[in-house]
Every structure is written in C-alpha cells, then in structure tokens.
Design a protein around this ligand. Structure first.
Ligand SMILES: [Zn+2]
Ligand SMILES: [Zn+2]
Length: 347
C-alpha cells in the first residue's frame, strides 16, 4: 500500500521537535509543532495548511516567524492550533512587528488561530490586509478531541500534563484508497489530478451509481466518464487508513498517562519524546518530561506498530543510542510480560 501521508521529523532528535506530514499527490502538508523549520525547503513550507502547536515553549514555537515571513504576500489561509493561551501568544508574536506596508498587498493572507481547553475550541481570525489587528470577534464550539475533520481524515488531540497544557496530537485517515496504476493505464487513462477528485468522491460517500467525469489533458477537458462504483471496482483498492500520533512534553503519571495510552492505542506510528534516561527520571518528573523507558512502555502498552523517539535532552549529545536502547528494552519487556499475562489468562 502506498501511504497517503509521508511524515518525517523536521530536525534531528537533539534539535527542535516537529513533524512534517506531506500528502501523496497533493501540494499540501500538515505540521505538528513549530520549532526551528530551517530544514524545511520553502517549497515544503508553502504546502502547509494546518499547524498544530503542542505548546509555546520556545523550541516548539520559534518557527512561527519564518512561516509567516514566507507566507506574506501570498494567497493563503493558514490554520494554527494550540492549547489554552495560544491566541494570546500568537497575538504577542504578531504585535511584535510593524505592518504599515501590508495594506497594499494584492493577495489575501489570512491566519485562523484556534485554542483548546478541556471543553471548548475558540477561533479568531487575523488578516494580513488589516495588519493582523486583533478584532473582538471570536467563535467557540464544544471540543470533543477533534481539532480538524475533513472527508478523508481527522486530527484529534488530548491535553497532556506538562505543568502547562500541552497537546498530544493524532491523525487518523478514514480509510485508504490505493490506486491500481496498471488498471488505470490499461483502461487508456492517464495518472493525474483526477485521481484526487475520484478519491474525494469516495470519501464524500457519493452515490456509486452517479457518473464520475474524468478530466485531463492541457485544456482539462472531460476525457471519459464512468459510474463511480464501477470505476472504484476497477482501479481502487480500499484498506484501513493510516494512524499516527505525536506525543511530546508530558509527565508520566497515573492516571493521566493511561489516557495518553488509550489515545495512541493501535496507531501505526507513534512519535514520542524521550527527553531523559531512566537514571535521571527524577529530573524528568520535575521538568514534566518522559524518559526513554517511559516512552517505550507507552508504545508497548498502546500496542503501536512502530515508534520513533526524539526530543532528546542535550545532556546526552553523542549518546542517543543509549536512549534508543533503553526504550527498546522497556518496549520488549512490557510486550512480553503482557503476552505472558495473556497466556495465563487463556490457559
Ligand atoms: Zn515544553
Ligand atoms: Zn519541549
């Protein structure tokens, strides 16, 4: 299966945290956390439509300036999400610059900023044309873990305990549509943007009996039309969707950690911080961070298929392998003890 999302960490594990998630066949991407983003090309940054900032410690938010700088003067809507207090933090950033020249810009650049607390998601809009002034209008709705819902995927969040609120974030694809390229070509059709429209029709639950028009060529003419259901049967392979979670900056403490484990349960790929070694677990606890051992335990208890560690404390520079080894050991131990328990139970 060719995955729809191709996540990659923006930086090395000792540098600022951030996960860049480009979409297959689309000039679009999501970003989890907004630390230093100089490792992303301008081309990649321009693809970003939504950024989910876990919290506004400087290593998670310093990339804001670069992002805004590159988007100025472009036709773009940027959506930012963060925890309680995020709107004030964004306004603080925006009010740090003089914007007297932007009123002349022809393009419409708009920033929607949403912050969540336990029960509510509140959104405000800032327009480049208005010098990003803060207007009183804001909209609020109930927050049930969902930050963003689109036909093909959902981004959800939980609030982690980092002495301040920090967001744990997850992306869940509804189902996955894989295109059988040979079938497309054998039907005399080309591989092109119409495949995205075709997938969208499936995600929008369009009537399988409805006629789907295939556009293409230099003039984007209608090249052919098929019943949607019939076309799906010939060229689409439907499978379970991808699930990825991103957990940074959280203390490991019962019972809140159980909620984290439930949230990331069964994901294909977990990106999880491992700031400290177990020998420094007191420091981790004091600073509300995870140790590598705790990260491995979470991954095992949640039965994730794969996990990647990052956000290492600089005190371990050159010793990343120790963090990796500790997490793997904890993962293997927790998996085998859970398996033993299951054996006893089913005897
Ligand atoms: Zn932090
Ligand atoms: Zn951090």
């Amino acid at each position: 299966m060719r995955p729809s999302f191709h996540p990659r960490l923006v930086n090395g594990p000792f540098e600022d945290p951030g996960l860049f998630i480009p979409f297959l066949y689309e000039k679009r991407a999501l970003l989890f956390d907004l630390g230093d983003i100089h490792n992303l090309s301008t081309r990649d940054i321009l693809k970003i439509s939504h950024v989910f900032v876990t919290h506004t410690h400087v290593d998670h938010f310093i990339g804001f300036d670069r992002l805004i700088r590159l988007l100025l003067g472009r036709e773009k809507t940027l959506n930012l999400y963060g925890p309680e207090g995020f709107i004030k933090n964004v306004e603080g950033k925006l009010s740090g610059y003089a914007w007297n020249l932007v009123a002349n810009y022809q393009n419409r650049f708009v920033i929607n900023v949403s912050e969540v607390d336990k029960n509510t998601i509140t959104t405000k809009q800032y327009r480049c044309k208005d010098g990003f002034i803060s207007k009183p209008n804001r909209s609020s709705k109930a927050f049930y873990k969902i930050l963003l819902q689109e036909p093909s995927f959902t981004v959800s969040a939980i609030i982690l305990d980092h002495r301040i609120p920090s967001l744990g974030v997850k992306i869940t694809e509804r189902f996955h549509v894989n295109i059988n390229r040979e079938s497309v070509l054998s039907m005399g059709l080309e591989i092109g943007p119409w495949l995205n429209a075709f997938k969208l029709a499936l995600f929008n639950n369009q009537d399988p009996e409805s006629l789907f028009k295939i556009h293409g060529g230099p003039e984007n003419n209608v090249l052919a039309d098929y019943k949607l259901g019939e076309l799906a049967e010939r060229i689409a392979i439907i499978s379970p969707g991808q699930k990825m979670a991103y957990i940074v900056d959280s203390v490991y403490r019962e019972p809140s950690i159980n909620e984290v484990i439930r949230f990331v349960s069964g994901v294909d790929h977990l990106y999880v911080e491992a700031a400290f070694l177990d020998e420094h677990r007191d420091i981790a606890q004091e600073k509300y961070h995870l140790t590598a051992r705790q990260a491995g335990t979470i991954a095992a208890r949640a039965r994730v298929k794969q996990f990647t560690l990052f956000h290492f404390s600089p005190r371990y520079t050159g010793q990343g392998h120790l963090l990796e080894a500790e997490a793997k050991k904890a993962y293997d131990a927790a998996i085998s003890s859970a398996d033993n328990e299951a054996h006893l139970y089913f005897k």
